[in-house]
Design a protein. Structure first.
Length: 66
C-alpha cells in the first residue's frame, strides 16, 4: 500500500510490478478502493494547497506529529 501510494505521488504513475503486487495483496475490489482513496486524497490536497487553507487559530486539538 505504501509503495503504491508513494509511486503514484512521486511519478504520477504506478509501475506494472507495483500494480501486480498491490493486486495480489488486495484483490480487484480492494485495489480499486485504494486507488480511489489515493485519488480523493490528491484532490483534497490540491484544493487545500490551492486555496491556502490553514487550521483555525482557536483549535483545541494538538497537531499531529509530522
Amino acid at each position: 500500500m505504501v509503495n503504491y501510494g508513494r509511486e503514484f505521488f512521486q511519478t504520477r504513475r504506478v509501475s506494472q510490478a507495483t500494480f501486480d503486487a498491490a493486486l495480489a495483496q488486495f484483490g480487484v475490489l480492494g485495489l480499486t478502493e485504494l486507488t480511489n482513496l489515493v485519488g480523493y486524497y490528491a484532490m483534497l490536497a490540491f484544493n487545500v494547497n490551492a486555496f491556502g487553507v490553514e487550521l483555525p487559530a482557536e483549535g483545541t486539538e494538538e497537531a499531529l506529529p509530522i
